[in-house]
Design a protein around this ligand. Structure first.
Ligand code: MN3
Length: 204
């Protein structure tokens, strides 16, 4: 039987396209080494389990208790890494930056006061994430917007949130260019945020 494996998605732009905000070296390593490793590790982990083959990475994450204990941590980390990075590449663009429009802009103003306040809170939460993880704009169960951060490759969907956008604050995302200055990376990142794509996610 031909089993469908998880695949590394292609970037929607070239490795140097996000310069000067994210260097070609970081983008190349991040995609071809880090994201590729999550995909490979996920494929290896579930290969012996016929009942898991063919499930989407999101399905695995939402039903971790159905995943055998001996691979549960590997699935949590690597399915999470695959889902998180697949979104991350899409919500950046060389033509990014600026501010959101429409309903998303209204909701950001409603819950955070202004776009600038939203950026400050997002940067603050990303800066305070100790160790490796992500900072997110999410919608909670009541439909309200919140900024949260998660450790490692945990995705907010496993805590009942709907992720709208996320930034990777693992050192592999910035250290080669920004060294220990994670706040500088967080600030620079707004220049490549693809609001059109994020509005599509939000409007779904
Ligand atoms: Mn990463």
């Amino acid at each position: 039987m031909d089993i469908k494996k998880y695949e590394l998605p292609e970037l929607p732009y070239k490795y140097n396209a996000l310069e000067p905000y994210i260097s070609e070296e970081i983008m190349t390593l991040h995609h071809t080494k880090h994201h590729a490793a999550y995909v490979n590790n996920l494929n290896v982990a579930i290969e012996p389990y016929d009942n898991l083959l063919g499930k989407s990475a999101e399905e695995l994450l939402m039903n971790l208790n159905d995943v055998p204990e001996e691979i549960r941590t590997a699935v949590r980390n690597n399915a999470g890494g695959h889902v998180n990075h697949s979104m991350f590449w899409q919500i950046m663009s060389p033509n990014g930056g600026g501010e959101p429009n429409g309903k998303l802009a209204e909701e950001i103003n409603k819950y955070f006061g202004s776009f600038g306040e939203f950026q400050n809170k997002f940067n603050d939460a990303g800066g305070k994430r100790f160790g490796s993880g992500w900072v997110w704009l999410v919608q909670n169960k009541d439909g309200a917007l919140e900024i949260i951060s998660t450790a490692n490759q945990d995705n907010p969907m496993t805590d009942g949130y709907t992720p709208i956008m996320g930034n990777d604050v693992w050192e592999h995302a910035y250290y080669l260019q920004y060294k220990n200055m994670r706040p500088d990376y967080l600030k620079a990142w707004w220049n490549i945020v693809n609001w059109q794509e994020i509005e599509k996610i939000f409007n779904k």
